[in-house]
Ligand binder design. Structure first.
Ligand code: MG
Length: 400
């Protein structure tokens, strides 16, 4: 039996992972589940999947989880705190670690799984964006197998030679093509986008995702972060990556080789496909996903992104070229700006401008260690909050 730890179990990727695992009870065993604060949902998952251990990052939530599980007669042990989540990532019972805690909060546990030599299914893009070099160093030192689960990077991974190593440019690759759905505002005017509400920004036409990544998808910052992610994972320069808008979200990304061949990975827009690929690689397992009916889909469209309407893409490319801590700075500025928008303290159309102003103050610092990354993250958040306050974007205090 292959033991699986799921960090970020209550989110979209975590629940899709459990859906795939449940289809293969003779091959995989859920050894641990971790989540930030949703005790009610984690209790439901524990009762269904019976992990040995469940961890809530927040102590109050852990107490509630403990109460719910004891009332239901569950044998699952409960722990709390970020340190306990890191312990799950290192636990010898876990052969595979799904790193799906979103944001900077997932950084330490992702690095811990890499250093412990796990098969690391990487769905926490912030750990690559903020601390890419550190992550690659931990993967090498620990002998981990890193498989990207973000659908675009998983598609590229599937189109590369099987002996590809994380962070090393494969021979013969000329260019990577990242596809973007274009998000919910693809056909909107700039004036309409400027006034878009959080509900409109989170109504993604193809993918069902958390609110932060949905807003990033609407600004195209998600694609910008994915471009940074691709430079790290595949050892290429920003200029070696092209973004192409593909509204059907059937082609998840492509690899162009020097001989003129372009390989693509196609599937329904369903995260269970990359998750199953990562779990079973180099084999294949059923994922419960709908198969493609190309005749019914009919046509696949590709266009260049509108950089004037989506300036976040250019901001991310500039950060990728700067390297060092610039990408961590960008990630933090984006998280603060998006949260302000979701809290209705910032207009959608002002998100790129806030990030750009914060980026103007980014120090050109090399990425040394995790403490430097976290210090950069804290500084950038403080700067972003100050920019919001200066611009009158913050109507109330307490913006986190
Ligand atoms: Mg993606």
């Amino acid at each position: 039996m292959i033991g699986v730890a799921i960090l970020g179990a209550t989110g979209s990727v975590g629940r899709n992972t459990l859906d795939v695992l449940e289809r293969h009870p003779d091959t995989y065993r859920v050894v641990s589940l971790a989540a930030r604060s949703d005790a009610r949902r984690l209790a439901e998952l524990c009762l269904r999947h019976r992990p040995d251990v469940a961890v809530m990052e927040q102590p109050d939530a852990a107490a509630e989880l403990e109460r719910r599980l004891r009332e239901a007669g569950s044998a699952t042990r409960v722990a709390s705190g970020a340190g306990a989540i890191e312990a799950l990532a290192r636990d010898a019972a876990a052969d595979v670690v799904m790193a799906a805690i979103s944001g900077a909060a997932g950084l330490r546990s992702t690095l811990a799984a890499a250093a412990a030599g796990k098969r690391l299914l990487l769905a926490n893009k912030e750990s690559v964006v903020m601390a890419g070099e550190l992550l690659l160093a931990a993967v090498r030192a620990g002998g981990a197998t890193l498989i990207p689960i973000d659908s675009e990077h998983n598609a590229i991974f599937q189109c590369l030679p099987p002996d590809v190593r994380a962070g090393e440019r494969p021979a013969g690759v000329r260019r990577l093509l990242l596809t973007a759905s274009g998000g919910p505002f693809l056909g909107w005017t700039a004036a309409a986008m400027a006034r878009a509400t959080p509900e409109q920004a989170c109504a993604h036409p193809r993918w069902s995702m958390g609110r932060k990544i949905s807003v990033d998808s609407a600004t195209l910052m998600n694609k910008g972060l994915e471009l940074i992610e691709a430079t790290v994972l595949f050892g290429v320069e920003p200029r070696d990556i092209s973004v192409v808008v593909h509204p059907q979200s059937i082609v998840h990304s492509l690899v162009e080789y020097v001989d003129g061949s372009t390989l693509a990975q196609l599937s329904a827009p369903d995260m269970r496909t990359p998750i199953a690929q990562g779990l079973a690689w180099p084999g294949r397992i059923a994922a419960g996903v709908e198969f493609l009916d190309l005749a019914r889909i009919g046509s696949l469209e590709f266009t260049a992104p509108d950089r004037a309407r989506f300036p976040c893409l250019g901001l991310a490319e500039a950060a990728a070229r700067s390297g060092g801590t610039a990408c961590a700075w960008l990630n933090a500025a984006d998280e603060v700006a998006v949260q302000a928008f979701l809290d209705k303290q910032l207009n959608f159309g002002d998100i790129p401008g806030v990030i750009e102003r914060v980026m103007n103050d980014a120090p050109g610092v090399a990425l040394k260690d995790l403490d430097a990354v976290l210090a950069t993250d804290a500084q950038a958040r403080a700067r972003a909050r100050a920019v919001l306050a200066e611009s009158g974007g913050v109507a109330r205090s307490g913006l986190a």
